[in-house]
Design a protein around this ligand. Structure first.
Ligand code: GLU
Length: 432
């Protein structure tokens, strides 16, 4: 007797199942939390739980010693309902498919939250770039770009920098894509050097957005930034710039942790000197004008503001109870697990979620892409003014949704963003 097929919509592919979860599992819980607030659009919510397209590529390169090494690379396009895929590329020894899937989904939410006309995508290579020479790094970048070249493009999916990638990486990616196309296509990546069609203000944009959202929230809860103590995890393009801007506004940066160690100074660290130390040494470790502290003690440092600006799943059920801050500003993507979110909420710690707090980077990426298409470039003042306006307006709308629905700012951001994505989905309809 013929057996009935199981309902196709409930048969999950293996990579979406429980043992492959990790950061993707955290993202799915966040989607579950927003679903009751989506009204009739909830019928489309399954769209958000499945990436549109996943590409896994082998990246073989010649090493300097003549051997051949293979690295695993990914590009995930989570959603393209609102426009082309958009999101960074990270190089890290711990990159996994689950992680890149989650990061691509958070890009969909982030891009919709600030209403830039993109879907969400993300890429990564499982490689420790610190172990490669500059030549090896260039070959990894170029081969990876060539492999994902079949799905990226100025109108299809636009990569950008992320953890351990920078303007030079984007220059190599732009060149490789352009050589394969036979024409220079500056709009295929953002975060390029200014001389190659990059945007003024892009390098600082994520940190500037973190600062802008932090100031907006501080004002709403009556926190004075002057004299406020801040602890920062990650001192790269996000944490370093945010720390500098907060210090310039009168805050004290009392502790910094990165992959090299944890340093602190009750009176406040000299941020410009620390930035220079990191530029020369690659880490905060060994900075003379500070004390060293145990890595685990970082989470309980007395402070008003905590800025996780490194990797995901840093604030967990294990350490959330120790956090002394009144406010957490997520410079990183996915630094707080859903369990930790609940603990912080109960303890009255205000969490400014990644999907709005670190959206400044992609907002200026959007400006860069627009400038590339029109071949007309704006002044840095104009870029910063437009960035701040978009961030403030988006945050005001999210704050209002949070108050109206009595939900966290994360769920409020998801409400605003997921409605935009699913409205687009519904209007476009299913093909065929
Ligand atoms: N990697 C950054 C992020 O996580 C920027 C992405 C972009 O500019 O496309 O938001």
């Amino acid at each position: 007797m013929a057996q009935a097929n199981p309902p196709a919509t409930h048969a999950l592919p293996s990579y979406l199942q429980a043992d492959h979860l990790g950061p993707w599992g955290n993202y799915l819980k966040q989607v579950d939390r927003v679903t009751p607030y989506l009204g009739h659009l909830a019928r489309w919510v399954e769209t958000l739980k499945r990436p549109k397209r996943i590409l896994i590529v082998d990246v073989p390169i010649h090493m300097d010693d003549g051997s051949v090494s293979h690295f695993e690379g990914y590009r995930v396009q989570h959603n393209t309902s609102r426009g082309p895929g958009k999101g960074g590329v990270r190089f890290h020894q711990d990159v996994t498919l689950s992680e890149v899937m989650a990061l691509s989904a958070w890009m969909s939410v982030k891009n919709a939250a600030v209403n830039v006309p993109y879907g969400g995508a993300k890429g990564g290579i499982r490689v420790d770039p610190r172990k490669l020479s500059l030549g090896e790094l260039e070959r990894v970048t170029r081969r990876y770009t060539s492999e994902i070249g079949i799905i990226i493009g100025p109108n299809k999916d636009i990569p950008a920098p992320d953890v351990n990638t920078n303007e030079q990486t984007m220059a190599w990616m732009m060149d490789t894509y352009s050589m394969n196309e036979g024409a220079t296509a500056t709009g295929v990546v953002t975060g390029k050097p200014v001389i190659l069609g990059g945007s003024l203000g892009r390098r600082e944009a994520t940190g500037r957005g973190v600062f802008t959202i932090g100031m907006e929230a501080a004002q709403r809860i009556g926190m004075d930034i002057r004299g406020a103590r801040i602890a920062v995890q990650g001192f790269g393009n996000v944490g370093g710039i945010a720390a500098r801007l907060f210090a310039e506004a009168g805050a004290r940066i009392v502790a910094v942790q990165d992959h090299g160690g944890t340093i602190c100074r009750e009176a406040g660290l000299d941020v410009p000197a620390l930035l220079e130390h990191v530029r020369l040494n690659g880490s905060v470790a060994g900075f003379a004008a500070a004390e060293t502290m145990a890595d685990d003690a970082f989470w309980s440092v007395p402070c008003e503001i905590l800025i996780p600006a490194a990797l995901e799943s840093q604030i967990t059920a294990v350490n959330a109870g120790q956090i002394a801050a009144r406010m957490v500003i997520e410079g990183a993507n996915g630094p707080t697990t859903p369990e930790a979110d609940d603990i912080l909420h109960e303890r009255n710690v205000l969490v400014l979620p990644d999907v709005i707090a670190n959206a400044g980077g992609v907002t200026v990426s959007y400006f860069e892409w627009v400038q590339d298409f029109s071949s007309f470039f704006w002044s840095e003042d104009e870029i910063n003014a437009r960035l701040v306006r978009i961030m403030k307006d988006a945050f005001a709308a999210i704050w209002q949704v949070a108050e109206e629905n009595k939900v966290s700012l994360r769920t409020a951001t998801f409400i605003v963003a997921c409605k935009r994505i699913l409205q687009a989905r519904e209007l476009r309809g299913l093909y065929p």
